[in-house]
Write a protein that binds this ligand. Structure first.
Ligand code: F6R
Length: 254
């Protein structure tokens, strides 16, 4: 795709197609990567082209220890950036509770709740510059379940832009595991900008390895990677991917 707005349209197309096909459960990422898609979904909802009525959603992850009203708590981030702009019932948007007294137990509870009322029909994913999805940092088990993870210094530095300083970024998170994420029926990973180019190439064309957690998409039956030209810059087979996109047959979808 030429730029981030174009990736947003394609990701929104994939979500809308799932909803029109009867999806009941969305998987939502936070961070900057999906924002163009969320803006496009809000636009379609306002235009009466799409409804989220009756759907439920699960967040990928949450910081441990942020106060419940902190604007960077992911429950608040997704409320502000998507939920309040569409007709998705806030009571049906679920995330792990990073303020729980026992966060180890909370991770297990959250994982079980996804299993009980899922599966997720379409899971939106961003990617970290080190190849993480959710907050599964490099060396995460490819079959991991929802659990506590410790953020790398790189991820805390990258997310310091949302907090003002690296010291304000929590050290721990609750994140869906790679095994949990892979139970979604359709994975849609989106990235834009040159900082993501190496991670995107490692995920799509590198070895399947815990060293690049996003490479687990190679093992999934239905995974779609939606990137702009800058994020695609290190892909060896980019010309082939463009060719495939230009020659999709009718109704093939993403
Ligand atoms: C957030 C998440 C993370 C982000 C990733 C990229 O819910 O799951 O994996 O998608 O850290 O962050 P941005 O999009 O801010 O570059």
């Amino acid at each position: 795709m030429p730029g981030p707005e174009d990736t947003g349209i394609v990701v929104a197309d994939a979500i809308a197609a799932a909803i029109h096909a009867g999806a009941t459960t969305l998987g939502l990422a936070t961070g900057s990567s999906p924002l163009a898609a969320y803006a496009e979904l809000a636009r379609r909802c306002a235009a009466g082209q799409l409804t989220f009525a009756g759907l439920q959603a699960f967040l990928l992850d949450e910081y441990v220890g942020l106060p419940a009203d902190h604007p960077q708590a992911y429950a608040n981030f997704i409320r502000d950036r998507l939920v309040r702009h569409v007709d998705l019932d806030p009571a049906r948007v679920h995330g792990p509770d990073g303020t729980a007294a026992d966060v180890l137990d909370e991770a297990l509870r959250y994982d079980a709740s996804i299993t009980a009322t899922g599966p997720v029909d379409v899971q939106v994913l961003g990617i970290g510059v080190n190849g993480h999805i959710g907050f599964n940092e490099p060396s995460s088990s490819l079959t991991s379940r929802t659990r506590i993870k410790t953020l790398t210094a790189q991820t805390r530095q990258d997310n310091a832009r949302f907090f003002g300083s690296i010291d304000a970024v929590p050290q721990h998170v609750i994140t869906q595991g790679l095994g949990t994420i892979c139970e979604a029926r359709h994975l849609v990973l989106t990235a834009s900008g040159s900082r993501k180019a190496a991670a995107v190439a490692a995920a799509v064309e590198g070895p399947l390895s815990a060293s690049c957690p996003a490479s687990v998409l190679q093992w999934h039956a239905h995974a779609t990677v939606v990137v702009d030209e800058a994020a695609a810059a290190d892909l060896h087979a980019a010309d082939f991917y463009r060719y495939v996109l230009a020659h999709k047959i009718a109704d093939q979808g993403y």
